[in-house]
Design a protein around this ligand. Structure first.
Ligand SMILES: *[C@@H]1O[C@H](CO)[C@@H](O)[C@H](O)[C@H]1NC(C)=O
Ligand SMILES: *[C@@H]1O[C@H](CO)[C@@H](O)[C@H](O)[C@H]1NC(C)=O
Ligand SMILES: *[C@@H]1O[C@H](CO)[C@@H](O)[C@H](O)[C@H]1NC(C)=O
Ligand SMILES: *[C@@H]1O[C@H](CO)[C@@H](O)[C@H](O)[C@H]1NC(C)=O
Ligand SMILES: *[C@@H]1O[C@H](CO)[C@@H](O)[C@H](O)[C@H]1NC(C)=O
Ligand SMILES: *[C@@H]1O[C@H](CO)[C@@H](O)[C@H](O)[C@H]1NC(C)=O
Ligand SMILES: *[C@@H]1O[C@H](CO)[C@@H](O)[C@H](O)[C@H]1NC(C)=O
Ligand SMILES: *[C@@H]1O[C@H](CO)[C@@H](O)[C@H](O)[C@H]1NC(C)=O
Length: 343
Protein backbone atom coordinates (compact mmCIF):
# COMPACT_ATOMS: atom_id res chain seq x y z
CA UNK A 1 0.00 0.00 0.00
CA UNK A 2 1.51 3.34 -0.85
CA UNK A 3 0.50 6.55 -2.46
CA UNK A 4 -3.07 5.55 -3.01
CA UNK A 5 -3.54 5.10 0.71
CA UNK A 6 -2.08 8.41 1.50
CA UNK A 7 -4.59 9.86 -0.87
CA UNK A 8 -7.45 7.79 0.43
CA UNK A 9 -6.87 8.70 4.02
CA UNK A 10 -6.52 12.40 3.53
CA UNK A 11 -10.00 13.34 2.42
CA UNK A 12 -10.35 16.88 1.05
CA UNK A 13 -6.64 17.49 1.48
CA UNK A 14 -5.86 14.86 -1.12
CA UNK A 15 -4.50 17.34 -3.62
CA UNK A 16 -2.06 18.80 -1.17
CA UNK A 17 -0.71 15.36 -0.40
CA UNK A 18 -0.49 14.39 -4.03
CA UNK A 19 1.33 17.59 -4.87
CA UNK A 20 3.75 17.17 -2.02
CA UNK A 21 4.53 13.70 -3.24
CA UNK A 22 4.70 14.69 -6.87
CA UNK A 23 7.29 17.33 -6.04
CA UNK A 24 9.52 14.73 -4.41
CA UNK A 25 9.64 11.86 -6.85
CA UNK A 26 13.24 10.97 -6.13
CA UNK A 27 12.76 10.87 -2.40
CA UNK A 28 9.67 8.80 -2.86
CA UNK A 29 11.41 6.44 -5.25
CA UNK A 30 14.35 6.08 -2.97
CA UNK A 31 12.02 5.56 -0.11
CA UNK A 32 10.29 2.74 -1.90
CA UNK A 33 13.56 1.10 -2.84
CA UNK A 34 14.80 1.30 0.71
CA UNK A 35 11.54 -0.14 1.92
CA UNK A 36 12.61 -3.52 0.64
CA UNK A 37 15.24 -3.71 3.37
CA UNK A 38 14.79 -3.71 7.12
CA UNK A 39 11.31 -2.96 8.15
CA UNK A 40 12.17 -1.01 11.22
CA UNK A 41 14.37 1.33 9.25
CA UNK A 42 11.50 1.98 6.94
CA UNK A 43 9.16 2.32 9.75
CA UNK A 44 11.39 5.10 10.96
CA UNK A 45 12.20 6.43 7.54
CA UNK A 46 8.57 6.53 6.71
CA UNK A 47 7.99 8.80 9.62
CA UNK A 48 10.71 11.09 8.35
CA UNK A 49 9.12 11.32 4.96
CA UNK A 50 5.86 12.02 6.60
CA UNK A 51 7.43 14.73 8.65
CA UNK A 52 9.09 16.37 5.72
CA UNK A 53 6.38 16.18 3.15
CA UNK A 54 2.89 15.49 4.29
CA UNK A 55 3.14 15.99 7.99
CA UNK A 56 0.11 18.16 8.52
CA UNK A 57 -2.13 15.71 6.78
CA UNK A 58 -0.98 12.50 8.24
CA UNK A 59 -0.82 12.83 11.96
CA UNK A 60 -3.51 10.28 12.25
CA UNK A 61 -2.20 8.30 9.31
CA UNK A 62 1.06 7.28 10.94
CA UNK A 63 -0.09 4.25 12.82
CA UNK A 64 -1.96 3.03 9.80
CA UNK A 65 0.99 3.48 7.53
CA UNK A 66 3.66 2.23 9.88
CA UNK A 67 1.56 -0.82 10.51
CA UNK A 68 1.46 -1.44 6.88
CA UNK A 69 5.23 -1.41 6.60
CA UNK A 70 5.67 -3.95 9.25
CA UNK A 71 2.83 -6.09 8.13
CA UNK A 72 3.95 -6.26 4.53
CA UNK A 73 7.67 -6.20 5.04
CA UNK A 74 9.75 -9.13 3.79
CA UNK A 75 11.85 -9.81 6.84
CA UNK A 76 15.60 -10.09 6.49
CA UNK A 77 17.00 -12.84 8.68
CA UNK A 78 20.61 -11.84 8.27
CA UNK A 79 22.39 -11.92 11.60
CA UNK A 80 19.76 -13.89 13.46
CA UNK A 81 20.84 -16.94 15.41
CA UNK A 82 19.04 -19.59 17.40
CA UNK A 83 21.36 -21.13 19.93
CA UNK A 84 21.47 -23.09 23.17
CA UNK A 85 18.33 -25.12 22.50
CA UNK A 86 16.63 -26.61 25.54
CA UNK A 87 13.41 -28.63 25.64
CA UNK A 88 11.17 -25.62 26.25
CA UNK A 89 13.29 -22.65 25.27
CA UNK A 90 16.15 -21.44 23.13
CA UNK A 91 18.19 -18.30 22.78
CA UNK A 92 17.54 -15.79 20.04
CA UNK A 93 20.17 -13.28 19.17
CA UNK A 94 20.29 -10.62 16.61
CA UNK A 95 22.67 -7.76 16.13
CA UNK A 96 22.17 -5.16 13.50
CA UNK A 97 23.45 -1.68 13.04
CA UNK A 98 21.26 0.37 10.85
CA UNK A 99 22.09 3.68 9.33
CA UNK A 100 19.22 5.42 7.77
CA UNK A 101 21.02 7.49 5.13
CA UNK A 102 19.08 8.97 2.27
CA UNK A 103 18.77 12.31 4.03
CA UNK A 104 16.48 10.95 6.74
CA UNK A 105 17.16 12.21 10.19
CA UNK A 106 15.47 12.54 13.50
CA UNK A 107 15.24 10.58 16.68
CA UNK A 108 12.70 8.62 18.57
CA UNK A 109 12.02 5.15 19.81
CA UNK A 110 9.83 2.13 19.49
CA UNK A 111 8.76 1.05 22.95
CA UNK A 112 9.46 -2.38 24.36
CA UNK A 113 6.68 -4.81 23.66
CA UNK A 114 5.81 -8.45 23.90
CA UNK A 115 5.62 -10.04 20.49
CA UNK A 116 3.22 -12.93 20.49
CA UNK A 117 4.16 -15.72 18.09
CA UNK A 118 1.46 -18.00 16.77
CA UNK A 119 0.88 -20.79 14.34
CA UNK A 120 -1.00 -19.04 11.54
CA UNK A 121 -3.41 -21.90 10.87
CA UNK A 122 -4.54 -22.56 14.45
CA UNK A 123 -3.87 -19.10 15.90
CA UNK A 124 -2.43 -20.84 18.96
CA UNK A 125 0.27 -18.83 20.73
CA UNK A 126 3.45 -20.77 21.30
CA UNK A 127 5.81 -18.09 22.49
CA UNK A 128 5.91 -14.58 23.80
CA UNK A 129 9.04 -12.75 22.79
CA UNK A 130 9.99 -9.65 24.76
CA UNK A 131 11.30 -7.13 22.22
CA UNK A 132 13.40 -4.46 23.93
CA UNK A 133 12.93 -0.76 23.32
CA UNK A 134 14.57 0.32 20.09
CA UNK A 135 15.98 3.83 20.08
CA UNK A 136 16.91 5.53 16.92
CA UNK A 137 18.76 8.65 16.01
CA UNK A 138 19.71 8.82 12.34
CA UNK A 139 19.91 5.07 12.61
CA UNK A 140 19.45 2.37 15.14
CA UNK A 141 21.27 -0.44 16.89
CA UNK A 142 19.17 -3.49 17.25
CA UNK A 143 20.60 -5.82 19.82
CA UNK A 144 18.54 -8.72 20.94
CA UNK A 145 19.99 -11.58 22.90
CA UNK A 146 17.52 -13.37 25.05
CA UNK A 147 15.72 -16.59 25.74
CA UNK A 148 12.50 -17.40 24.03
CA UNK A 149 10.33 -19.52 26.28
CA UNK A 150 7.90 -21.82 24.61
CA UNK A 151 4.39 -22.13 25.90
CA UNK A 152 3.47 -24.75 23.31
CA UNK A 153 6.36 -27.02 22.42
CA UNK A 154 4.08 -29.09 20.27
CA UNK A 155 3.21 -26.03 18.16
CA UNK A 156 6.85 -25.36 17.46
CA UNK A 157 7.40 -29.04 16.72
CA UNK A 158 4.70 -28.86 14.09
CA UNK A 159 6.26 -25.75 12.62
CA UNK A 160 9.65 -27.46 12.61
CA UNK A 161 8.18 -30.47 10.83
CA UNK A 162 6.66 -28.13 8.26
CA UNK A 163 10.09 -26.57 7.81
CA UNK A 164 11.64 -29.96 7.15
CA UNK A 165 8.93 -31.31 4.88
CA UNK A 166 7.57 -28.48 2.85
CA UNK A 167 8.88 -25.50 1.09
CA UNK A 168 7.45 -22.62 3.04
CA UNK A 169 6.03 -22.07 6.48
CA UNK A 170 5.11 -19.11 8.56
CA UNK A 171 4.62 -17.73 12.01
CA UNK A 172 2.18 -15.02 12.89
CA UNK A 173 3.67 -12.24 15.00
CA UNK A 174 1.46 -9.75 16.77
CA UNK A 175 2.31 -6.91 19.11
CA UNK A 176 1.39 -3.37 19.92
CA UNK A 177 4.40 -1.12 20.55
CA UNK A 178 4.21 2.64 20.63
CA UNK A 179 6.22 4.67 18.21
CA UNK A 180 7.50 8.01 19.36
CA UNK A 181 9.12 10.21 16.79
CA UNK A 182 10.31 13.75 17.48
CA UNK A 183 7.52 16.03 18.57
CA UNK A 184 4.86 13.94 16.90
CA UNK A 185 2.14 12.48 19.02
CA UNK A 186 2.80 8.90 20.05
CA UNK A 187 1.57 6.43 17.49
CA UNK A 188 0.07 3.21 18.75
CA UNK A 189 1.01 0.45 16.37
CA UNK A 190 -0.76 -2.77 15.85
CA UNK A 191 1.54 -5.33 14.31
CA UNK A 192 -0.02 -8.36 12.74
CA UNK A 193 2.58 -9.93 10.54
CA UNK A 194 2.85 -13.41 9.14
CA UNK A 195 6.53 -14.11 8.72
CA UNK A 196 7.01 -16.55 5.94
CA UNK A 197 10.12 -18.61 5.74
CA UNK A 198 11.32 -21.19 3.32
CA UNK A 199 11.64 -24.69 4.63
CA UNK A 200 12.58 -27.43 2.27
CA UNK A 201 11.59 -30.76 0.96
CA UNK A 202 14.52 -32.79 2.21
CA UNK A 203 14.46 -35.25 -0.66
CA UNK A 204 14.57 -32.43 -3.14
CA UNK A 205 17.14 -30.67 -1.02
CA UNK A 206 19.63 -33.52 -0.64
CA UNK A 207 19.48 -34.23 -4.33
CA UNK A 208 19.75 -30.64 -5.46
CA UNK A 209 23.01 -29.67 -7.11
CA UNK A 210 25.68 -28.75 -4.57
CA UNK A 211 23.44 -29.16 -1.51
CA UNK A 212 26.09 -31.14 0.30
CA UNK A 213 29.57 -32.49 -0.30
CA UNK A 214 31.73 -34.86 1.65
CA UNK A 215 34.99 -32.98 1.68
CA UNK A 216 37.12 -35.53 3.50
CA UNK A 217 36.66 -39.15 4.35
CA UNK A 218 38.66 -41.40 6.59
CA UNK A 219 37.94 -45.04 7.24
CA UNK A 220 38.39 -45.99 10.86
CA UNK A 221 40.00 -49.37 11.15
CA UNK A 222 39.74 -50.52 13.87
CA UNK A 223 36.45 -48.84 14.61
CA UNK A 224 36.28 -46.00 17.13
CA UNK A 225 33.24 -46.08 19.43
CA UNK A 226 31.53 -48.30 16.88
CA UNK A 227 32.12 -45.93 13.98
CA UNK A 228 33.92 -47.11 10.88
CA UNK A 229 34.24 -43.79 9.10
CA UNK A 230 34.84 -40.16 9.90
CA UNK A 231 33.98 -37.58 7.28
CA UNK A 232 33.62 -33.85 6.90
CA UNK A 233 30.35 -32.69 5.48
CA UNK A 234 29.83 -29.35 3.76
CA UNK A 235 26.19 -28.38 3.68
CA UNK A 236 24.20 -25.53 2.27
CA UNK A 237 21.99 -24.11 5.00
CA UNK A 238 18.36 -24.61 4.10
CA UNK A 239 17.23 -22.09 6.73
CA UNK A 240 17.82 -18.37 6.34
CA UNK A 241 19.52 -18.00 9.72
CA UNK A 242 21.97 -19.73 12.03
CA UNK A 243 20.59 -22.65 14.00
CA UNK A 244 22.54 -24.56 16.61
CA UNK A 245 21.10 -28.04 16.65
CA UNK A 246 23.53 -30.17 18.60
CA UNK A 247 23.86 -33.92 18.19
CA UNK A 248 21.87 -35.21 15.25
CA UNK A 249 21.64 -38.82 14.10
CA UNK A 250 20.28 -40.49 10.99
CA UNK A 251 19.69 -44.08 9.97
CA UNK A 252 20.73 -45.21 6.53
CA UNK A 253 19.26 -47.85 4.31
CA UNK A 254 20.05 -49.39 0.97
CA UNK A 255 17.24 -50.89 -1.09
CA UNK A 256 15.14 -51.13 2.05
CA UNK A 257 17.77 -52.91 4.16
CA UNK A 258 19.49 -51.36 7.11
CA UNK A 259 22.85 -50.01 5.98
CA UNK A 260 23.96 -48.33 9.20
CA UNK A 261 23.79 -44.93 10.82
CA UNK A 262 25.51 -41.59 10.94
CA UNK A 263 26.09 -39.25 13.84
CA UNK A 264 26.70 -35.55 13.53
CA UNK A 265 27.95 -34.78 17.02
CA UNK A 266 27.85 -31.01 16.78
CA UNK A 267 25.69 -29.56 14.03
CA UNK A 268 25.23 -25.83 13.69
CA UNK A 269 23.57 -24.71 10.49
CA UNK A 270 25.41 -21.58 9.52
CA UNK A 271 23.86 -19.00 7.34
CA UNK A 272 25.89 -19.84 4.27
CA UNK A 273 28.34 -22.70 4.45
CA UNK A 274 28.02 -25.24 7.18
CA UNK A 275 30.67 -27.82 7.82
CA UNK A 276 30.30 -30.63 10.29
CA UNK A 277 32.13 -33.76 11.30
CA UNK A 278 30.12 -36.88 10.54
CA UNK A 279 30.86 -40.19 12.19
CA UNK A 280 29.24 -43.24 10.77
CA UNK A 281 28.90 -46.94 10.81
CA UNK A 282 27.92 -48.49 7.52
CA UNK A 283 27.93 -52.02 6.29
CA UNK A 284 30.78 -51.73 3.82
CA UNK A 285 30.27 -55.13 2.25
CA UNK A 286 26.70 -54.14 1.45
CA UNK A 287 27.87 -50.94 -0.23
CA UNK A 288 30.53 -52.76 -2.23
CA UNK A 289 28.01 -55.36 -3.31
CA UNK A 290 25.64 -52.64 -4.47
CA UNK A 291 28.50 -50.89 -6.19
CA UNK A 292 29.56 -53.99 -8.08
CA UNK A 293 26.16 -55.52 -8.79
CA UNK A 294 23.96 -52.42 -8.85
CA UNK A 295 22.45 -51.49 -12.18
CA UNK A 296 23.74 -47.93 -12.39
CA UNK A 297 26.42 -47.22 -15.00
CA UNK A 298 28.34 -45.00 -12.62
CA UNK A 299 29.16 -45.40 -8.96
CA UNK A 300 25.79 -44.01 -8.00
CA UNK A 301 23.88 -45.66 -5.18
CA UNK A 302 20.63 -44.46 -3.68
CA UNK A 303 20.86 -44.32 0.07
CA UNK A 304 17.80 -43.86 2.25
CA UNK A 305 18.30 -41.29 5.00
CA UNK A 306 15.88 -41.33 7.92
CA UNK A 307 16.14 -38.88 10.79
CA UNK A 308 16.53 -40.53 14.17
CA UNK A 309 17.25 -38.03 16.94
CA UNK A 310 18.38 -34.59 17.95
CA UNK A 311 19.80 -33.78 21.35
CA UNK A 312 21.75 -30.93 22.86
CA UNK A 313 24.01 -31.51 25.85
CA UNK A 314 22.54 -35.00 26.01
CA UNK A 315 18.94 -33.79 26.33
CA UNK A 316 16.45 -34.44 23.56
CA UNK A 317 15.20 -31.22 21.95
CA UNK A 318 11.62 -32.15 21.07
CA UNK A 319 10.98 -29.50 18.39
CA UNK A 320 14.23 -30.25 16.55
CA UNK A 321 13.85 -34.00 17.03
CA UNK A 322 10.40 -33.78 15.44
CA UNK A 323 11.87 -32.05 12.42
CA UNK A 324 14.77 -34.49 12.16
CA UNK A 325 12.46 -37.48 12.46
CA UNK A 326 10.37 -36.05 9.65
CA UNK A 327 13.39 -36.35 7.40
CA UNK A 328 12.89 -39.35 5.18
CA UNK A 329 14.86 -38.81 2.05
CA UNK A 330 16.85 -40.67 -0.50
CA UNK A 331 20.19 -39.34 -1.52
CA UNK A 332 21.95 -40.33 -4.69
CA UNK A 333 25.58 -40.75 -3.75
CA UNK A 334 28.39 -41.25 -6.21
CA UNK A 335 30.62 -43.81 -4.52
CA UNK A 336 33.39 -43.29 -7.06
CA UNK A 337 33.75 -39.73 -5.86
CA UNK A 338 34.28 -40.98 -2.33
CA UNK A 339 36.62 -43.77 -3.31
CA UNK A 340 38.78 -41.02 -4.81
CA UNK A 341 38.79 -39.15 -1.51
CA UNK A 342 40.36 -42.22 0.10
CA UNK A 343 43.29 -42.44 -2.25
C1 LIG B 1 5.53 -8.82 28.71
O1 LIG B 1 4.93 -9.91 29.40
C2 LIG B 1 5.50 -10.12 30.69
C3 LIG B 1 4.90 -11.38 31.26
O2 LIG B 1 3.60 -11.57 30.83
C4 LIG B 1 5.24 -8.89 31.56
O3 LIG B 1 5.83 -9.09 32.83
C5 LIG B 1 5.86 -7.67 30.90
O4 LIG B 1 5.56 -6.51 31.62
C6 LIG B 1 5.36 -7.52 29.46
N1 LIG B 1 6.12 -6.47 28.83
C7 LIG B 1 5.55 -5.48 28.16
C8 LIG B 1 6.46 -4.47 27.57
O5 LIG B 1 4.33 -5.38 28.03
C1 LIG C 1 9.32 -34.08 -1.72
O1 LIG C 1 9.71 -34.23 -3.07
C2 LIG C 1 9.61 -35.58 -3.53
C3 LIG C 1 10.19 -35.65 -4.93
O2 LIG C 1 10.14 -34.41 -5.57
C4 LIG C 1 8.15 -35.99 -3.47
O3 LIG C 1 8.03 -37.34 -3.90
C5 LIG C 1 7.66 -35.89 -2.03
O4 LIG C 1 6.29 -36.20 -1.95
C6 LIG C 1 7.88 -34.48 -1.50
N1 LIG C 1 7.55 -34.46 -0.08
C7 LIG C 1 6.78 -33.53 0.50
C8 LIG C 1 6.54 -33.66 1.95
O5 LIG C 1 6.29 -32.59 -0.15
C1 LIG D 1 2.95 -27.62 1.33
O1 LIG D 1 2.82 -26.24 1.08
C2 LIG D 1 1.77 -25.92 0.20
C3 LIG D 1 1.82 -24.42 0.00
O2 LIG D 1 3.14 -23.99 -0.09
C4 LIG D 1 0.44 -26.37 0.81
O3 LIG D 1 -0.59 -26.10 -0.10
C5 LIG D 1 0.50 -27.86 1.11
O4 LIG D 1 -0.68 -28.27 1.78
C6 LIG D 1 1.70 -28.18 1.98
N1 LIG D 1 1.81 -29.62 2.16
C7 LIG D 1 2.09 -30.18 3.35
C8 LIG D 1 2.23 -31.66 3.33
O5 LIG D 1 2.23 -29.53 4.37
C1 LIG E 1 37.17 -37.18 13.03
O1 LIG E 1 37.92 -36.20 12.33
C2 LIG E 1 38.05 -34.96 13.00
C3 LIG E 1 38.76 -33.97 12.12
O2 LIG E 1 39.43 -34.59 11.10
C4 LIG E 1 38.77 -35.15 14.33
O3 LIG E 1 38.83 -33.92 15.01
C5 LIG E 1 38.00 -36.18 15.16
O4 LIG E 1 38.71 -36.44 16.37
C6 LIG E 1 37.81 -37.46 14.39
N1 LIG E 1 36.99 -38.36 15.19
C7 LIG E 1 37.23 -39.67 15.29
C8 LIG E 1 36.30 -40.46 16.15
O5 LIG E 1 38.13 -40.17 14.70
C1 LIG F 1 29.76 -28.83 -3.39
O1 LIG F 1 30.65 -28.89 -4.48
C2 LIG F 1 30.19 -28.22 -5.65
C3 LIG F 1 31.18 -28.46 -6.75
O2 LIG F 1 32.49 -28.39 -6.28
C4 LIG F 1 30.00 -26.73 -5.35
O3 LIG F 1 29.48 -26.08 -6.47
C5 LIG F 1 29.03 -26.58 -4.20
O4 LIG F 1 28.91 -25.21 -3.84
C6 LIG F 1 29.50 -27.38 -2.99
N1 LIG F 1 28.48 -27.29 -1.96
C7 LIG F 1 28.77 -26.98 -0.70
C8 LIG F 1 27.62 -26.96 0.25
O5 LIG F 1 29.90 -26.72 -0.31
C1 LIG G 1 19.43 -45.69 14.07
O1 LIG G 1 20.58 -44.96 14.49
C2 LIG G 1 20.83 -45.01 15.89
C3 LIG G 1 22.05 -44.17 16.17
O2 LIG G 1 22.26 -43.21 15.22
C4 LIG G 1 21.04 -46.43 16.34
O3 LIG G 1 21.21 -46.44 17.75
C5 LIG G 1 19.81 -47.26 15.96
O4 LIG G 1 20.04 -48.59 16.29
C6 LIG G 1 19.56 -47.14 14.47
N1 LIG G 1 18.35 -47.86 14.13
C7 LIG G 1 18.34 -48.78 13.18
C8 LIG G 1 17.03 -49.43 12.88
O5 LIG G 1 19.35 -49.08 12.59
C1 LIG H 1 30.41 -27.16 18.31
O1 LIG H 1 30.67 -26.30 17.21
C2 LIG H 1 30.77 -24.93 17.54
C3 LIG H 1 31.01 -24.12 16.30
O2 LIG H 1 30.39 -24.68 15.20
C4 LIG H 1 31.91 -24.73 18.55
O3 LIG H 1 31.95 -23.38 18.94
C5 LIG H 1 31.70 -25.63 19.75
O4 LIG H 1 32.81 -25.54 20.61
C6 LIG H 1 31.53 -27.07 19.33
N1 LIG H 1 31.19 -27.88 20.49
C7 LIG H 1 31.72 -29.06 20.72
C8 LIG H 1 31.26 -29.78 21.93
O5 LIG H 1 32.56 -29.54 19.97
C1 LIG I 1 30.66 -20.57 0.81
O1 LIG I 1 31.22 -21.57 -0.04
C2 LIG I 1 31.39 -21.12 -1.38
C3 LIG I 1 31.84 -22.30 -2.21
O2 LIG I 1 32.60 -23.20 -1.47
C4 LIG I 1 32.41 -19.97 -1.37
O3 LIG I 1 32.59 -19.47 -2.67
C5 LIG I 1 31.88 -18.85 -0.47
O4 LIG I 1 32.83 -17.81 -0.37
C6 LIG I 1 31.59 -19.37 0.92
N1 LIG I 1 30.95 -18.33 1.70
C7 LIG I 1 31.34 -18.02 2.95
C8 LIG I 1 30.60 -16.91 3.62
O5 LIG I 1 32.24 -18.62 3.52
Amino acid sequence: MSKSDLEDSSGSDTNVATEALAKKPTVWQRFKTHMKKWWWVYLIAFCCIVLVTVLPLLYVGIPHFANDYINKYQFDYDGIAITNPRPTSFRVSMSKKISMGGGFSGSGHLTAFNASIRVPSSNEEFALFPVPQIDFKNGADINIDQDLDLSCVDCLSKLAVAAATNESFGALVTGDPDLKFGALPTAHLNIHKTMNMNGYNVTDFVNSQGAFNITSLELLNPTVDGFNFNATLALRNPTPFTVEMGHVTFNLSLAGSNLGYVDIPNLTLQQENTTAIVLGNVDESMLIQEFVWGDGDSGDVTIGVKGHSCAYNGVEIPYFAAAIKAVDASAIVDLLKYVKLLT
